[in-house]
Design a protein around this ligand. Structure first.
Ligand code: FCB
Length: 425
């Protein structure tokens, strides 16, 4: 099961290694905000989200994480709180996020502020979303307003979370809002996310050219279910080209190679990043029986969402980005697993830090790793279930926080500056 995945030698981490945790506004805050996930929950299509208490307890969470040794916290701004009606910005909401950034800084955590993590304000949905003629302008106005309100409380920014997952699930498979399943819409949205990223990069840099902007993309390690079937192999290769390579190429050249379409030049896209943030969870198999999870082992460990653990995909993803964007520093901006078993979580973390180390040894300039997530939160369609990604659990009645064994394990790794195999369960 785990033996071949775990490190058999110490993994060193320099004192400036970026140890962080990642979260998103809606997943942690929940609440009755005017966005599309709340509307979906009202219709009974997804679980409701009462939040994990972060909205009130953020300062306490930051202190707890700082005690564990973390120095970076990735958060996001809930667009529907900041701009509940089109063009009307709520100063109280902006004050709130300013206080969140201040509290992080005071606790010794650098806040990394992400402007878009899957949720859309209700008013935007009513107008046809980001693909509507006014959609890009709406987003950039919100970005401009939010960046100018929060800078200089925050100096590290993300334009959006996992743009290609957003396009894949929201516009190609239709699993996430806006629930569109249409190849043309997916192509148009691929171009749109690139334009939004380029525009937001310009906004953040105009606020202060010293600001750092990191992209965030999930690397999906795609595999053909039947490697002897040329059609399956080519299908997977073209999915991989669209999903994993389009934005990478666009960031490198400024030209997006959209599949089946003429390449599109996107003003401001070339080099629009200071850091590439790569998220990684697991590998994916695509073939005659549909889409599933993939591993090269006969008996891989399986997480609480039924996914096989395959750390080599992280190593491969990092090497691929390093190759496509030479000289760009890399971070793992999300990695973690859904489980209720702390031995599983610790091994998952160690196996992936080992994959990160192998990528570093092969030349990928990986400067840090963010654990998803701090306190258990709303895992989208899984709601609050056994899909617990937190280093810290919470009592749903009192909100009380309890760090888990994996948190203690990481505290030790960070303070030792080294992951030691003998500390693994
Ligand atoms: C990522 C999402 C994040 C969270 C984790 C488990 O793909 O960015 O919101 O759901 O998966």
């Amino acid at each position: 099961m785990w033996e071949s995945l775990l490190p058999d030698e110490p993994i060193p981490f320099a004192p400036d290694f970026v140890w962080g945790v990642a979260s998103s506004a809606f997943q942690a805050e929940g609440g009755d905000v005017p966005n599309d996930w709340v509307d979906q929950a009202r219709r009974g299509e997804v679980p409701p989200n009462p939040g994990n208490g972060f909205f009130e307890r953020y300062a306490e969470d930051f202190r707890l994480l700082a005690q564990l040794g973390f120095r970076h916290y990735r958060l996001s701004v809930e667009w529907s709180r900041v701009e509940p009606e089109r063009g009307r910005f709520d100063p109280k909401a902006l004050d709130h996020y300013r206080s969140v950034c201040d509290a992080a800084n005071e606790a010794g955590l650098t806040p990394w502020v992400n402007l878009f993590h899957f949720t859309h304000p209700r008013w935007l949905v009513a107008r046809g979303g980001l693909l509507a003629a006014s959609g890009q302008g709406d987003f950039l106005r919100y970005a401009e307003h939010t960046v100018s309100a929060l800078a200089p409380h925050a100096t590290h920014w993300h334009s959006q979370n996992e743009s290609m997952v957003y396009v894949l699930l929201g516009y190609l498979t239709g699993e996430f809002p806006p629930e569109i399943a249409d190849g043309d819409a997916a192509a148009a949205m691929t171009e749109t996310v690139a334009r939004l990223h380029a525009g937001t990069y310009g906004i953040v840099k105009a606020a202060d050219s010293r600001n750092t902007v990191a992209t965030i993309e999930v690397y999906i390690d795609y595999h053909a279910e039947d490697p002897d079937d040329p059609e399956n192999v080519e299908g997977v290769a073209s999915l991989d080209r669209w999903y994993n390579a389009t934005l990478l190429e666009g960031l490198g050249s400024g030209v997006l190679p959209l599949p089946g379409r003429d390449p599109v030049e996107i003003p401001g896209l070339q080099g629009a990043l200071d850091v590439y943030g790569l998220n990684y969870y697991n590998a994916t198999r695509v073939g005659p029986s549909g889409i599933g999870h993939w591993s090269d082992q006969p008996d891989p460990p399986i997480d609480a969402m039924g996914r096989a653990v395959h750390p080599a995909g992280l190593e491969q993803g990092l090497l691929r980005v390093a190759d496509a964007l030479p000289g760009v520093p890399l971070l793992v901006t999300e990695n973690g697993c859904p489980t209720t078993d702390e031995d599983f979580r610790i091994r998952y973390i160690a196996a992936h830090l080992w994959a990160l180390e192998r990528a570093r040894r092969a030349g990928a300039p990986v400067g840090g790793w963010f654990h998803w997530t701090a306190v258990d939160n709303y895992e989208w369609k899984h709601g609050y279930s056994d899909a617990r990604f937190g280093l810290i659990g919470f009592d749903p009645t009192t909100g009380e926080r309890t760090p888990r064994r994996a948190a203690e394990f990481l505290r030790r790794v960070i303070s030792d500056g080294e992951l030691r195999p003998e500390h693994l369960p």
